[in-house]
Design a protein around this ligand. Sequence first.
Ligand SMILES: *Cc1c(COP(=O)(O)O)cnc(C)c1O
Length: 392
Amino acid sequence: MKIEEISTPCYVIDEKKLINNLEILQDIEKQTGAHVLLAQKCFAGFFEYDLIRQYISGVTASGYYEARLGYEEMVCPALSSGCDKIPQNHIFAPAYKQEDLLKIAKICDHIIFNSKEQLIRGQKIINQVSEETGRTISIGIRVNPECKTGNEHEMYDPCAPKSRMGIRACDIDDEILDLIDGIHFHTLCEQNADALQITLEAIEEKCGSYLNKLKWINMGGGHHITRDDYDRELLIRLVNGIKEKYNVAVYLEPGEAVALNAGYLVSEVLDIVHNDMDIAILDASAACHMPDVLEVPYTPGIIGAGAIGEKKHTYRLAGNTCLSGDIIGDYSFDEPLKIGDKLIFEDMAIYSFVKNNTFNGIGLPSIAVMDADKNCKIIRDFGYEDFKGRLG
Ligand SMILES: *Cc1c(COP(=O)(O)O)cnc(C)c1O
């Protein structure tokens, strides 16, 4: 089946693009010895984990269910097939529920805490599980280097004043240092290696006195490594520099860079209405199926469409929900749109199906995979039961 033949709405994962990204990330691993982990909160397409496992070192999670998904779908298949390299399963959360931590300690290799209190409480549980199971679990703490490098809104800035994300470097004491193997920072968002360079300077300035006592440094996500203009040579120099200077292992946990431009959302025009301009109502919704369009906000690309005024026919594209602001954006097209036309939104593998919802009783888009020959296969369809099942 070709992408135009798919019944809509449907997310389509582009395996060729995914592999391109994975090859770049694998090359970073080879040239630096750093471990690259997929941040599952961005792309939890576990149907691709058999592929992803061949290129990078593992996964990281933001909560128990993601950690369990990583264990079941990334780690266990490697264990049972006698794979010589077992993928790693890491987790960071702002706070852990005690009962979750007991389960997390049985399936995660690195557990990263957000505060001294969480670290001290969590470490006791981890020791208990370690004794029972004989597993070694590496413990870390998230540091806030108080170094803003992007121009994001506070909503997306973990270094903003009064941030709850991570412990400030000035609050790290000997008691904490005794309990941890490594530090984690995550302050970047869709940024280039120059932002990492600035952040590492802040980390060295603020944490330099103890970096050589650590086993590892986890540099978080937000590195747009697979973007065309990303300075990969600088990344390689920075990672190698830190590794050699402090004798530490380095982890990078990109989400976006793994699946950047590796997916689409295929939708169909349901109606065209007129109110000072032409407005096409689609079977895909910003509110339900691409929430970042409203949250960030941004206007996603569409194959064959231009910005407003660029082509002859201009339309506002909007979703099929009650929310007046369920507007995807204004676009222009060479030909007038017709009811039944298919529109293909670009870069829809990341932060899309992991965040969608069934608001208004709108169905979830199905999920398909497109192979290198551009043949698509539906791997999951959703129905009424998926809507009802989480309501009661
Ligand atoms: C969001 C997040 C990531 C992934 O970020 P991307 O911007 O998708 O690369 C990695 N680590 C942590 C702790 C995060 O919160």
